[in-house]
Ligand binder design. Structure first.
Ligand code: IVH
Length: 700
């Protein structure tokens, strides 16, 4: 190796090219074949040499070269990428019976009597995030998410830092234009590790590896993506200049040869029986896999047959996803704890012996309410079946009665609040028992404060759950008004302490872990919220049953807070009752809220601190879902539930909580449960998230 100082430009260019090639090859060996041929030290030496050369000859820096891959550019926002070939989804099946129906319909369509003439490619359905990666003349040029299938987000820089994706591909028959598509995922191990790290940093953990992968991939700063360990598998293609394969299996073989990762569990099957055997096999193998899979995809292997079969509206007729049932595990209930919520509801929570349910460690589960415990006869010390149906919150399916310890006793639900000792009562027709302590109950007070500053309410950054608890317990913030007087009180405390030449006080700047900067930021966040929209303000009050949708309805019908408050204070509830979507029970709760002296006082004091804007109606009454009733269920991917609801409302739709014959659309996210089923039974139009967004006129 020549000393850099004495290199000519040509020599340097040549060396840079050689290093780039060498490192790309080494990456394939290391990350894709698990068979490195360079030692770490040798690899690092190449990297260093590359850096030095680039520093001396910046104009020679290779596009997509090793340094780009390491220090990826920071993006300010995601651009959009239109998919030349749309990224479609698959139909779902959940049973052997449906599997037989699927293969039978394929046979029928093709005019075959039996199915042993058709070859299928059966592939694990990776539970990650689909991507599309475009190569031109062998170089990776663009990466995109699926988005709505027609347009995705530009995640080129993010994909670039995933080591499983080659930057350059070689091979004699690589098409000039090649879009490979597949799934980005995070391994169970890396997910647990990331969450552990998050926990120590006091950040909110990801619910599952899929969320963690999605969150990590869709980072505006690709450096963050790079820090997270993401992997990927390729399983299909998009725009291709020349299709040089005749079947799905041949495609997989080809791309593997070009340096892409394909799933080692992909199998060829010939009959329905083969397919169901493979399903049983993978179902058992699932727990041993390093990553989450949520089912199996069966694809008719031959491209010619695929073309004959064609597509239904948005799913191919030649492929189907056979989903796994919810994941279950056994564990023991160590204790039953009672949580007290914002409205005083006592919620029993089971503390579990930590158990791995499909890659996620579960250590508690909600027991919903006292009737549920009774009905299932769940007791402390029981061995129970836990189920994680993709939802964030695990459920207890049942107690294993023959493993019950002989001394076990039926669980007795407390009749007093465990937090404040006040009576806990159950109203007629109510499933929940509630603490009667109101704001004298610290649990309720803290939960109300947390609600007040939460995202859909005042949305005050810097006042997270933990800080709020600390401030409450130390008497710094006891009610919402205190938030807005905090700066003044802090200033005074500081001035007084300085005046007394005592620097040891606990004004905020002096708190452990705080400093001038963080205090400034907190006050900036608080002051930035002194102007607030009417729906947010109403929601922030935390009136029982009044969620974001109801708050918006009230705002829309009253226009200003004064108007609403005056009616409530004078007991005029007729107008409220007339609002479609607000029932008598809710009106009672709202009126009850204003009838309480301390609530009214808080509201009035708050109004001295903040300005509530009058409602501006920006509803789109001409949207295709205006006037329709929609229900959301399952975990949405691109919107939070609150965003989805807000979107529907702004499009003039009504959002309902349960499916009935009056429902027009049910929008299902991942792992939707009974509501999706009910919708099907009632023949209601079911949309997935992307279809909903499309309907809403949004194609991100
Ligand atoms: S094929 C037209 N194969 O499942 C068919 N999809 O709803 C395109 N997925 O969006 C998809 N593993 O995110 C295919 N081996 C696999 C897959 C797979 C996971 C995901 C993908 C797709 C969804 C189907």
């Amino acid at each position: 190796m020549n000393d850099i100082e004495s290199l000519t430009k040509e020599q340097a260019a040549e060396e840079l090219k050689r290093i780039a090639e060498e490192m790309a090859k080494a990456d394939i060996a290391y990350y894709q074949n698990d068979d490195p041929y360079l030692s770490d030290a040798e690899y690092d030496a190449l990297k260093r040499r590359n850096e030095l050369l680039e520093k001396k000859f910046p104009e020679l820096k290779i596009e997509n070269g090793p340094s780009v891959r390491i220090g990826a550019a920071v993006r300010s926002e995601f651009g959009k990428v239109k998919h030349k070939i749309p990224m479609l989804s698959l139909g779902d099946i959940f049973s052997e019976e449906e599997l037989s129906d699927f293969t039978a319909s394929v046979n029928r369509f093709l005019g075959y009597e039996t199915d042993n003439m058709i070859t299928y490619s059966a592939e694990p359905k990776i539970d990650g995030l689909s991507f599309s990666a475009r190569y031109e003349n062998g170089s990776f040029v663009r990466g995109a998410t699926r988005g709505d299938g027609a347009t995705g987000e530009d995640i080129t820089e993010n994909l670039r830092v995933i080591k499983d994706l080659p930057q350059k591909i070689e091979g004699k028959d690589v098409p000039e234009i090649l879009e490979v598509r597949g799934e980005v995922y995070m391994s169970k191990r890396d997910f647990l590790e990331l969450n552990r790290q998050y926990e120590t940093e006091g950040k909110k953990a990801f619910a599952n590896p899929r969320n963690a992968a999605a969150g990590s991939l869709r980072q505006l700063d690709a450096n963050i993506t790079k820090e997270r360990k993401l992997s990927l598998f390729v399983y299909t293609w998009g725009d291709v200049s020349e299709i040089v394969w005749k079947s799905q299996s041949e495609f997989l073989e080809k791309v593997r040869g070009w340096g892409f990762k394909t799933n080692p569990y992909n199998r060829i099957c010939h009959t329905t029986r083969d397919l169901s055997d493979y399903f049983e096999y993978l179902l058992k193998e699932r727990a041993n896999l390093a990553y989450d899979i949520d089912g199996i995809v069966y694809k008719v292997d031959s491209l010619e047959l695929q073309q004959r079969l064609g597509f239904l509206t948005r799913t191919p007729r030649w492929a189907i996803a056979h989903k796994f049932p919810a994941e279950q595990a056994f564990t023991k209930i160590n204790d039953i704890r009672i949580q007290v919520g914002r409205t005083g509801a006592l919620t029993p929570v089971a503390d579990l012996e930590p158990v791995n349910v499909g890659g996620v460690i579960v250590s508690h589960a909600t027991l919903h309410n006292e009737d549920e415990i009774k009905r299932k006869d769940i007791r402390i010390g029981d061995t129970v079946v836990i189920q994680r149906a993709g939802d964030v919150i695990p459920q207890i399916v049942e107690a294993v009665k023959d493993k019950r310890p002989p001394e076990s006793k039926e669980y007795e639900f407390p009749q007093t609040c465990p937090m404040c000792g006040a009576h806990a009562i159950r109203e007629e027709d109510e499933a929940v028992r509630r603490c009667t302590g109101g704001l004298t109950c610290p649990a309720q007070a803290i939960e109300r404060l947390k609600h007040f500053v939460s995202r859909e309410a005042f949305d005050i950054e810097g006042l997270g759950a933990k800080i709020m608890e600390e401030f409450y317990n130390e008497g710094i913030i006891r009610n919402p008004v205190d938030i807005f007087t905090l700066e003044r009180r802090n200033q005074k405390l500081r001035d007084d302490l300085f005046a007394a030449l005592d620097d040891g006080g606990i004004y905020l700047e002096n708190r452990e872990g705080w400093g001038k900067k963080s205090v400034e930021n907190l006050f900036r966040a608080i002051n930035g919220r002194r102007d607030i929209s009417l729906p947010r303000f109403i929601y922030a009050l935390g009136i029982r049953q009044v969620g974001t949708a109801t708050s918006r309805l009230i705002a829309k019908n009253y226009g200003s807070f004064e108007h609403f408050r005056d009616d409530m204070v004078h007991g005029r509830t007729e107008k409220l009752l007339e609002i479609d979507g607000i029932g008598e029970a809710m009106v009672n709760d709202i009126a009850g809220f204003f009838a309480e002296e301390h609530n009214l006082r808080t509201v009035n004091e708050l109004l001295e601190q903040v300005k509530v804007e009058d409602f501006v109606d920006d509803t789109d009454y001409n949207s295709p879902i205006a006037g329709k009733t929609v229900v959301f269920t399952g975990t949405l991917e691109r919107l939070t539930r609150a965003e989805a609801k807000a979107k529907a409302l702004s499009l003039g739709a009504k959002v309902a909580g349960s499916v009935s014959k009056n429902t027009d659309y049910v929008i299902v996210g991942a792992d939707a449960g009974s509501k999706a089923k009910k919708a099907q039974e009632l023949g209601i139009t079911v949309l997935n998230e992307n279809e909903f967004l499309e309907l809403a006129g949004q194609s991100v």
